[in-house]
Design a protein around this ligand. Structure first.
Ligand SMILES: [Zn+2]
Length: 78
């Protein structure tokens, strides 16, 4: 059951301009715990810059539906 590790993050409130920014997105992490990439691309294709995002310990607020579904599928299939 250990599938694709992912990070949950969202754009900081002061940078969030729309509903997609305010949603928390799921970002695939490098397998094996390598360093974080310079920029992160969520499962839904949403691009986030590390400086304007905060990592969350779990889904908070409104999750991005596309990310949620994709992360769930990835986690199940490895
Ligand atoms: Zn998303």
């Amino acid at each position: 059951m250990s599938g694709q590790p992912h990070l949950i993050a969202r754009v900081l409130p002061e940078y969030a301009r729309n509903e997609q920014d305010k949603s928390c997105h799921f970002f695939p992490l490098p397998a094996g715990g390598g360093p974080l990439p310079e920029s992160l691309r969520a499962y839904c294709g949403f691009h986030i810059a590390p400086g304007v995002a905060e990592a969350l310990e779990g889904p908070a607020g409104m999750p991005c539906t596309t990310c949620l579904v994709t992360a769930t599928i990835s986690g199940n299939t490895g």
